[in-house]
Design a protein around this ligand. Structure first.
Ligand code: IVH
Length: 696
């Protein structure tokens, strides 16, 4: 990148245009989609570069310059809340020297040589909110939005226990308390872990998790997430009864708001420096992420004298911490295979100290990210810990690259099992097609195989599957059906000198097991040696083929042989004629059958189980016949699986998402965005009771 001083006016204009476009795109991804594509540091460095170019070429400042924007536009779907007092932003500085400069400029502005007191507050990396109280009652909550108009999040704020709903009698009649909603690191990790096991998209960092949770149209979802908050400033207030930021904190405490215990009144620059050093030291151990320190002139009288610049107060500044960065070498690029078969590239690094933590791996996200940054084995790179969570590679030091450096070739075969790894056109991830036999996926696949809507084998819970897999007792679904034989039920095999593979398992001797539970397990397994066609197809775990699709396939093909023959002949005509199966799904299905190990597994399974031909028992005279229904939320009278099965047996089609083609949305409790979408599209919504009434 060129030095600012060497830029021509034309180059500067072009770069400003580029930065404005990049940052606008990044803002939408960050604020509206809660799904950022630039790291905070990348964003900050663009912002800084923009600021520096504008400083040198003030005549080139664009109308849409990022320096003129405060935050995000309002997300569609929320009510709008105009802020009577705008929610402003803060100017950023990036070094302690600049904080000193700021403190000195405050002194100059006030024309004083006296020391000025500053309140130093850890800058919480969350989402700002405004809570309005009238006559001591919480009446409205809002996000910052673009600073002038926010989103109405009253219902969502009500779910955060730390926010007082009523205030003591001495609180001002009208009071807007503002602060930051955040997710503690521990809650963030727990949420992501839960989402991972549920195959849901995880959050990149606690800030996004907080934003994604607070900006939920359905406040029940917000209530399920553990959000916390700190209060730190005010908006409209009928009578201000404090004269300093420190006194305001005392009031907040008295009214019942959580305030950050690390807020510190600093009497001079020395105390500011010491406080900074202290926070840097404890930063990594704090239970929440901070991305800097906010300094505010403590005295309100002085704040009023200092006033505002266009969008930021002259009496406050944010010192943003540098993202913790270091330079190191990429020793190797490894591909990890996730439980769903997603191939994720990981860089093995020459271990390096990044802000007190030794980092030896970094995520490279996906294939495109490697291409975009042109990351290669042997490269020297900047790594950084983003939000103290997962180390990332920010930039390659291309000048340090050797002549023999080679572009990284992303594998097209799964490194775990050798199966083809394919990438859908509109997807960022490449996935292993190894399915049932890929060891990386095996455990999850085994769990899927025995799950309720598949083989439904009682006694093979998640824990047991994991134990059995790790001990080599179960590797593939077929192994389930030889458990009985291997357990020694064939005769008295209790010979310690027998070769390992013929030695009986003796499950009944395991801790927590007994004769009875082993018998029950074998009975449950044997009961499934006859399996219905939809269950069998679903159990195979073909990508995109859920229980409803499996049933459609079963209904249209009648027997497994018919289905498998067509798939192996690459004949998708019948498949594509099925309403509800599109090109993409058909492709996944055909790919699955192209893999030898999948067909091998299927053939082994077919030696153990008998797949019943499909008998269509659906009632095509029922009121649901031919209707497309979607279930959402938790049902009380039956499980989701039962409800789906019931609807299918009545000739309905069960879809996973709401569209204009949906006839009914059946809404349980805690329904999410699907219910909202149904309302928006005018689709008929039925309660569980109404649904039961309809099908009775
Ligand atoms: S004061 C006019 N205090 O940082 C003063 N902001 O860059 C407005 N933030 O939008 C904000 N901790 O989301 C203030 N102790 C703190 C803060 C804080 C975090 C965030 C807030 C604000 C942004 C400004």
């Amino acid at each position: 990148m060129k030095d600012i001083k060497d830029l021509t006016a034309n180059e500067a204009a072009a770069e400003l245009q580029h930065i404005a476009a990049e940052m606008a795109k990044a803002d939408i991804a960050y604020y509206q989609d809660d799904n950022p594509y630039l790291t905070d540091a990348e964003y900050d460095s663009l912002k800084l570069r923009n600021q520096q170019i504008e400083k040198r070429f003030p005549e080139l400042v664009r109308a849409d310059s990022p320096s003129k924007r405060v935050g995000a536009a309002v997300k569609n779907g929320f009510g709008k809340v105009p802020h009577r007092f705008p929610m402003l932003s803060l100017g950023d500085v990036f070094s302690l020297e600049e904080v000193d400069d700021f403190a000195n400029s405050v002194k100059r502005f006030l024309n004083t040589s006296n020391e000025i007191e500053f309140m130093a507050e850890p800058k919480i990396d969350g989402l700002s909110f405004s809570a309005r109280y009238e006559n001591g009652q919480f009446v409205q909550g809002a996000t910052r939005g673009d600073g002038t108009t926010g989103e109405d999040i009253t219902a969502n704020l009500l779910t955060i226990r730390q926010l007082p709903q009523t205030l003591p009698a001495d609180a001002p009649e009208v009071l807007e308390v503002r602060g930051e909603v955040y997710m503690a690191k521990a809650d963030f990790f727990a949420l992501n872990q839960k989402y991972e096991t549920e195959h849901k998209k995880t959050f990149a960092n606690p800030r996004n998790a907080a934003a994604g949770s607070l900006r939920q149209l359905d406040s029940k979802i917000t209530a399920e997430r553990n959000l916390s908050l700190f209060a730190y400033t005010w908006g409209e207030v009928s009578k201000r009864c404090w004269d300093s930021q420190a006194e305001f904190f005392e009031c907040l405490k008295h009214w019942g708001f959580p305030i950050n215990p690390l807020n510190k009144l600093c009497k001079n620059l020395k105390e500011i420096d010491e406080n900074f050093a202290h926070l840097m030291e404890i930063r990594a151990e704090l239970p929440y992420d901070i991305d800097g320190i906010v300094y505010k002139v403590n005295s309100i009288a002085l704040q009023e004298r200092l006033g505002f610049l266009t969008r930021t107060p002259r009496w406050a500044i944010a010192h943003k911490f540098p993202a913790e960065r270091a330079i190191t070498k990429i020793n190797a690029i490894r591909i990890q295979v996730g439980r769903t078969g997603a191939l994720t590239p990981v860089a093995d690094l020459e271990p390096v100290n990044v802000g007190g933590v030794i980092v030896s791996h970094a995520t490279l996200h996906n294939e495109d990210e490697i291409k975009r940054k042109d990351i290669r084995v042997g490269d020297y790179v900047f790594v950084q810990r983003a939000g103290d969570v997962i180390p990332q590679v920010v930039e390659v030091l291309k000048e340090k690259r050797t002549a023999d450096s080679q572009e990284f070739q992303f594998p097209t075969l799964c490194p775990e099992c050798g199966a083809h790894a394919i990438r859908e056109e509109d997807e960022a991830v490449r996935r292993c097609t190894g399915g049932l036999t890929c060891p990386a996926q095996a455990i999850e696949r085994l769990k899927h195989f025995v799950s309720k809507e598949a083989f439904d084998i009682d006694g093979l819970g998640s824990k047991i599957i994991e134990q059995f897999y790790n001990e080599g007792i179960l590797q593939t679904p077929t192994d389930i059906f030889s458990l009985g034989k291997r357990n020694g039920n064939q005769g008295p095999i209790d010979d310690l000198f027998a070769p390992i593979d013929t030695q009986a398992l003796h499950l009944e001797r395991r801790e927590g097991w007994g004769k009875k539970s082993v018998e029950n397990l074998f009975k449950a397994i044997n009961d499934r040696r006859n399996i219905s066609l939809p269950r069998f197809i679903y159990a195979l775990g073909i990508r995109q083929v859920g229980a409803a699709t499996a049933r459609l396939i079963a209904k249209n093909y009648g027997s497994f042989t018919n289905f498998m023959t067509d798939m192996q002949n690459n004949d998708t005509e019948k498949l594509l004629a099925i309403d509800g199966i599109g090109e993409a799904m058909a492709k996944d299905i055909v790919e699955f059958f192209k893999e030898d190990h999948n067909t091998k597994t299927i053939n082994q399974l077919l030696n153990e189980v008998k797949v019943e031909d499909f008998v269509d028992t659906a009632d095509y005279n029922s009121p649901l016949a031919g209707k497309t229904v979607v279930f959402t939320g938790t049902l009380e009278q039956m499980t989701r699986a039962e409800a789906k099965a019931k609807a299918l047996s009545l000739g309905a089609k069960v879809a996973g998402s709401v569209s204009a083609h949906t006839d009914y949305v059946i809404m349980g409790t805690d329904a999410g965005s699907k219910a909202q979408k149904a309302k928006d599209l005018g689709v008929k919504i039925l309660s569980e009771a109404e649904f039961l009434e309809l099908i009775r």
